[in-house]
Structures are given as C-alpha cells and as structure tokens.
Design a protein around this ligand. Sequence first.
Ligand SMILES: [Zn+2]
Length: 168
Amino acid sequence: MYYKKSHKEKTINFYAPTFECFACNDTGLVNNSDGLINLYWGDYDKDENGKKFSGGDFAIICHCKKSYQITDENGKVLSGGFRDSQGNINKTNTINGEQAIGCSLTKDQTREIHTQRKNNWAETQKIMNDWRLKNLGKKKPELPYFIQTVKEQLKGVDNLFAMPKGVK
Ligand SMILES: [Zn+2]
C-alpha cells in the first residue's frame, strides 16, 4: 500500500469532504455540531437552562436516500435505514409503547442545512487553497484570518493548565 502524498499535494491541496448529503454526512442522521438545527428549533439539544446538552433530544432523521433501507440487487439488507418506503420514520417498542425512532425537520429545512454546510465547506476549501498557494515556499507564512483569530484568543489562556499558585 502506497500512502505517501507527493510534496506538492501535501503543500497545496485542501479537500472538502465529498458527501452527497451534507445535512447528515451520508449517515441518515442530521447532526447539530455547528448549531444550525437551532435556527429552526431553538432549544434542540439544550436543557431547561439553555445549556448545550448533546443527545438530549430525539435524533433527527434525514430526508436523503441514506435514511432509507438500502438493499443489494438480491434484496439483501445492507443498511436498515430510519424510514419505511412511504417515508415514515420507523417505530420501535419502548417501555412507553410504540415510538418513532427519531424526529425530522421538513424537507425544505433539511435541504437548507445541506446547502449551508456544503457552501461553508466550499468556502473553507477556497480559503485554505488560496492561502496555501500564496504562502508556498515562504518560511514564515501568514496565517489565514480565522486561525490568526483563534491564536489571538488563545494568547490569554497560557496559564489555563498551569498549577494554581501555592500548590506544591
Ligand atoms: Zn442526508
């Protein structure tokens, strides 16, 4: 197995991921890592005090084909899916009776999230590649603005992990 990138590839190319669906990253489940879900459901994955609580609410089932059962040409189930062939979210038996295994945003909202994330990745890819090209061969490259910003923000936390004064 050859796993070394050429020097040029290493230096220049930054690739955004190639998901078909950026709402669920082709998993069938829409994540809220960037908080976009909260545009539609303000208190999703937040507790009563408004604090972030990942996994605190029902999983959000996507609308793309990855949320449906996938079978091979012989009908063998490759992936169980989260929706039936009518598009209804699958149900499961719980101690409270039959319950849907998740919830979902509308198709339009899900499409909106997909588009937004795809655009964000495209923008990041462009910024990173422009920056890498611009600084190719420079000994001291300028940092892209967002990394510079994070560096500035980190300046104040030098002592975050230092032992508290007086502790021996
Ligand atoms: Zn999806």
